[in-house]
Design a protein around this ligand. Structure first.
Ligand code: AMP
Length: 605
């Protein structure tokens, strides 16, 4: 893996992005900017992920789709790979864009509509020094080139350092990870015993690994500070070994944490003083309510400081706040209402050429240089595009809900390595935090908010970035484009449609090969599943004595899960959510008093 590939760098004259609007209850703060000299190597983290992945149990083998595609490509008759580009570019100017251009008085032919009327630049009044942080932390912030705190950091750090509970409304990209890690590490600098003193809960393994890596970077100059990881899908025994050393800070997904509390004799939460619940809304969306309740009951409330971060504040999150926090200070940072100032938004009007979109995408991807994320609305499309592009000779990675944890991690790893294109759905892209030069909206998002979220993957922390959006004819699509060009720099992207047509012809010729690859993949998966079952059965016979002599693991919610698995049913997150909702309706896991309820409704706005 090329380490330089993973360097996050920005121009020295970089501007500041987003988060211009913020408010804090109890504590007032001024927005501040993101460091313009930011350079963050995540090379080490990748090694870390690789190490963990190597520990993954053998049963997690998977079908190699790239190999199937490669083989199929070899079977196909040879073709001229390089399509000769038409010298005459057909000028395809988006009508909506034209409307925008006509508004430009000085230069009506200019492709650029107008600069965003609202500058995203913010001024910093707080520095990390003013936050009175210790030397080792200031040193690590310097080594990460975090020159000044982001709004969420300058709001939360002083409050957290006072030991108060916090409920913070903050999105991914706001700097929330360091906002809780900095005060946490600060608190542990003068620790005097070896035990787990802080737990950070994250909804997914990927996010937990990211937090683990940022934590180790921020704590690199603090003597004897240790981190542990307890996440699902990775080797349980290896994690048990790591937790045996009682790391100071453990980053965990809820289910796996409960498993360790129950089954790893040397791991204990009795000394835990700080609990962080990251992406609380997502955690609840994923159906972890009962696990959270159980964890909260296991870590004593009196001596616990709890910090809860959530992008949205719905009723479920409010309930969790009631349950877990003690007189919390609320910190709300508004999500960006406009795009980053260094983002160039390009639009391609598709008109009646919907069928040409895969060809258009291929044409684009061949031209773009850098890391590219392509958003599609359906996971089936993400998978099919991977096959089509693969057969045209372009390796891409995919990320969506239909993949297993192992596949998601493997795809992310290749995207951080030698594959520069990732095709994904909105849900899967949450929390994606690597340098990206281009965002392509293959399908239009449903709302302008989602559009902002997608294009916010690029042009971060003052770097340049480009978004390219394929625009359909619906009113919804047009409304989003209008909002986009009103709030940022926009251009109509010229497309050589003759070239696209030629590529589409090649794709049409490969239609049956695409079907064959998908069929072959399906069959290979079935064979693999059968092999794994056979292996499992053989091992059960071979190690029967060993297996029976092990103490029985107990599982959280073993009643519901156990019954379903006994019936041979796979418990997926949807079923788990349905079960939880059913149980919730029958009997609440915790009883609220009248006083609680009125207190809660009084707090809600
Ligand atoms: P997060 O919201 O925690 O996912 O952070 C978003 C991105 O901002 C990450 O790439 C961080 O490394 C980066 N970041 C966080 N805090 C700062 C800061 N104070 N200065 C510059 N970059 C930062």
């Amino acid at each position: 893996m090329v380490k330089e590939d993973l360097l996050l760098t920005i121009d020295s004259d970089a501007e500041v992005e987003n988060d211009s609007d913020s408010s804090v209850e109890d504590v007032k703060e001024e927005p501040s900017d993101i460091n313009p000299h930011f350079e963050f190597s995540i090379g080490d983290e990748v090694d870390e992920i690789k190490d963990w992945e190597a520990e993954t149990e053998e049963t997690n083998k998977d079908v190699n789709l790239d190999e199937i595609i490669e083989k199929k490509r070899g079977d196909l008759p040879e073709e001229d790979e390089e399509v000769v580009e038409s010298s005459e570019m057909e000028e395809e100017v988006d009508q909506i864009a034209q409307e925008g251009a006509e508004d430009e008085e000085d230069d009506p032919d200019a492709e650029e509509f107008y600069e965003s009327p609202q500058s995203n630049e913010t001024t910093s009044t707080t520095t990390f020094q003013e936050l009175q942080l210790s030397r080792p932390i200031l040193k690590s912030l310097q080594s990460l080139s975090f020159a000044s705190p982001t709004p969420i950091q300058s709001s939360t750090i002083p409050i957290a350092l006072l030991g108060k509970d916090i409920v913070a409304g903050a999105q991914t990209g706001s700097g929330k990870t360091a906002a809780y890690l900095i005060p946490l590490i600060e608190r542990l600098i003068f620790k005097n015993s070896t035990s787990t003193k802080a737990i950070i809960l994250a909804p997914t393994r990927e996010l937990a690994i990211q937090v683990y890596d940022v934590g180790r970077k921020l704590g690199q100059f603090v003597k004897n500070l240790s981190f542990g990881l307890a996440v699902g899908g990775l080797n349980l025994r290896q994690q048990e070994q790591q937790l045996k050393s009682r790391p100071d800070i453990v980053i965990a997904t809820p289910g796996r944490l409960i498993d360790h509390i129950r089954n790893s004799p040397s791991f204990s939460v009795e000394d835990v003083q700080v609990l962080v619940i990251d992406e609380a809304d997502r955690m609840l969306e994923e159906g972890f309510q009962e696990e959270l309740t159980e964890i909260l009951s296991l870590i004593p409330k009196q001596k616990r400081q709890t910090l809860l971060f959530s992008a949205t504040m719905n009723t479920k999150v409010q309930d969790l706040v009631q349950l877990s926090l003690n007189k919390p200070v609320r910190v709300m940072i508004d999500p960006p209402k406009t795009v980053a100032s260094k983002l160039e938004q390009q639009f391609v009007r598709i008109r009646k050429r919907e069928n040409l979109k895969p060809a258009l995408l291929f044409q684009l991807l061949r031209k773009l240089d850098g890391r590219i994320v392509v958003f599609v609305s359906r996971k089936e499309m993400a998978h099919k595009l991977r096959v089509i592009l693969g057969l045209l000779g372009l390796r891409v990675a995919e990320l969506h809900g239909a993949l297993t944890q192992e596949q998601r991690l493997a795809n992310m790893k290749s995207f951080m390595g030698d594959v520069n294109v990732l095709i994904c759905t909105d849900l899967a892209a949450r929390g994606l935090d690597i340098r990206i030069e281009y965002v392509v909206n293959f399908d239009m998002p449903k709302t302008y908010e989602i559009y902002l979220h997608r294009v916010g993957r690029t042009a971060r922390a003052g770097r340049k970035g480009t978004s390219i959006t394929f625009v359909g004819e619906s009113n919804q699509d047009r409304a989003i484009v209008k909002a986009a060009i009103n709030n940022g720099r926009s251009v109509a992207r010229k497309v050589d449609w003759n070239d696209v047509e030629a590529i589409n012809k090649r794709i049409d010729e490969k239609e049956s090969a695409v079907e064959e690859v998908l069929q072959e993949e399906k069959e290979a998966k079935e064979i693999l599943r059968a092999e794994m079952q056979l292996n499992k059965a053989t091992n059960l016979i071979k190690y029967e004595k060993d297996i029976h002599s092990r103490p029985k693991r107990t599982w959280f919610k073993s009643d519901v899960m156990g019954q379903l698995t006994k019936q041979g049913k796979k418990v997926n997150s949807k079923k788990r959510k349905a079960n939880e909702e059913k149980k919730e309706n029958e009997k609440r896991s915790y009883k609220k008093t009248k006083a609680d309820r009125s207190k809660k409704s009084g707090k809600r706005k």
